[in-house]
Write a protein that binds this ligand. Structure first.
Ligand SMILES: NC(=O)C1=CN([C@@H]2O[C@H](COP(=O)(O)OP(=O)(O)OC[C@H]3O[C@@H](n4cnc5c(N)ncnc54)[C@H](OP(=O)(O)O)[C@@H]3O)[C@@H](O)[C@H]2O)C=CC1
Ligand SMILES: CC(=O)N[C@@H](CCC(=O)OP(=O)(O)O)C(=O)O
Length: 337
């Protein structure tokens, strides 16, 4: 069995890791940390875990995590992980960081996040479908939620060198912003409402630019505008891909089916994705249509931000890092209505 520790377990992605681990046959959760809630039962905060997990939050130091765990997941805010990771690495412990701290090269990090990285080091970017090298690694930077849906939506067209520019328009559920209440997530502001934010400057642009440039390093014209919608989970991304030549929907289908043929968690649809069809699951659903009049392909992707966008993807990475089937503990249909 694999002994897993979750650092920052009182938040949404920490809670989701524990929910998903209940169905993982190879994992024991041995530690769930919280600074504020140490000593309190995990199921007091994550009430859906009542009766399934008899564990108390601990305020565990990195040394203790190294002793008791085979793998540690960091589910803490960006900026916090870079002070913890250096004390975890170096021994046998495998580390998966769900924060943004190790996803970008240091220069790109400083530009996107506005401060100097305190622990510049390389990590493998854990977008499994585009990074088969995650297997056997000991340190993974788990991708961001928007970048997961956006990168998977555009990757086949980028790989084919077909993109002249792309505009990602994403709609996220409220859990994307974490557990702390904010003005945006305050019920009267969120319910029956749609809010755009960071119209041209969201920090995730750097992340999917880095990913798409691995496939086509001439691609620079990448735009992104996020929105919050009154859903609890999910990110629907509409990618307007302006192509170098006119394409048919069948041309596009060939590219997507080729790239995602043996990728169990990417479903290339005949129809269009929706948040309901992926809710609670690790799938990224993708649908598309080529514009008959213009050099444009519209691609839509749907993920659950807490699963494929965070904790499910982290477990997919863990499975490969330990030589297990990537589907282990994750092969569930969505909780669609
Ligand atoms: N929510 C999402 O959809 C996604 C989130 N992510 C990333 O995953 C990480 C966790 O996200 P999420 O679960 O939503 O965040 P939350 O805000 O819900 O939870 C974060 C937890 O981290 C702990 N924490 C906060 N500050 C520190 C610190 N300085 N040192 C140690 N622990 C700290 C807190 O626990 P306590 O105060 O009890 O110690 C808190 O409960 C973030 O980096 C986020 O950006 C990535 C993809 C998707
Ligand atoms: C709705 C909402 O507020 N979303 C968050 C996404 C945060 C997140 O998950 O960030 P990482 O993936 O980089 O860790 C935001 O836009 O900042």
């Amino acid at each position: 069995m694999i002994n897993a520790g979750i650092i920052g377990a009182s938040g949404y992605t920490g809670g989701e890791l524990m929910r998903l681990f209940l169905n993982h046959p190879e994992v024991n959760i041995v530690a769930a940390t919280s600074r504020k809630l140490a000593g309190k039962p995990v199921s007091g905060t994550h009430r859906h875990l009542k009766g399934f997990l008899d564990l108390k939050f601990q305020d565990l130091g990195p040394g203790e995590a190294r002793e008791s765990c085979d793998v540690a997941f960091l589910a803490v805010p960006h900026g916090a992980a870079m002070d913890i990771v250096p004390e975890l690495l170096g021994g046998d412990l495998k580390v998966i960081d769900l924060s943004a701290d190790y996803r970008l090269k240091p220069d790109a990090f400083k530009e996107a996040y506005g401060f100097e990285h305190r622990d510049p080091r390389d990590a493998v970017y854990g977008l499994v479908e585009l990074h088969p090298e995650v297997a056997e690694q000991s340190f993974i930077a788990n991708p961001g939620c928007y970048p997961t849906g956006a990168s998977l939506a555009a990757a086949p067209l980028a790989k084919a060198g077909m993109i002249s520019s792309v505009i990602f328009d994403s709609k996220s559920g409220v859990t994307g912003a974490g557990i702390a209440p904010t003005e945006t997530s305050h019920y009267p502001n969120m319910a029956e409402n749609v809010q755009a934010y960071k119209l041209t400057t969201h920090r995730h642009v750097a992340e999917f630019t880095q990913e798409l440039n691995r496939l086509d390093n001439s691609l620079t014209n990448i735009s992104f505008t996020p929105h919050v919608v009154p859903a609890i989970r999910g990110i629907l991304t509409t990618a307007h891909v302006f192509t170098k030549d006119k394409m048919s929907t069948d041309d596009v289908r060939t590219l997507y089916e080729d790239m995602y043929r043996n990728k169990p968690f990417v479903r290339v649809l005949d129809g269009l994705p929706s948040l309901g069809s992926v809710r609670g699951s690790n799938f990224c659903d993708i649908g598309f249509e080529a514009d008959k009049r213009n050099n444009r392909v519209v691609v839509v992707s749907a993920i659950d931000n807490l699963v494929k966008g965070a904790s499910g993807q982290a477990i997919q990475n863990m499975n490969l890092m330990f030589g297990l089937d990537e589907k282990l503990g994750l092969w569930n249909a969505a909780a669609a209505p």
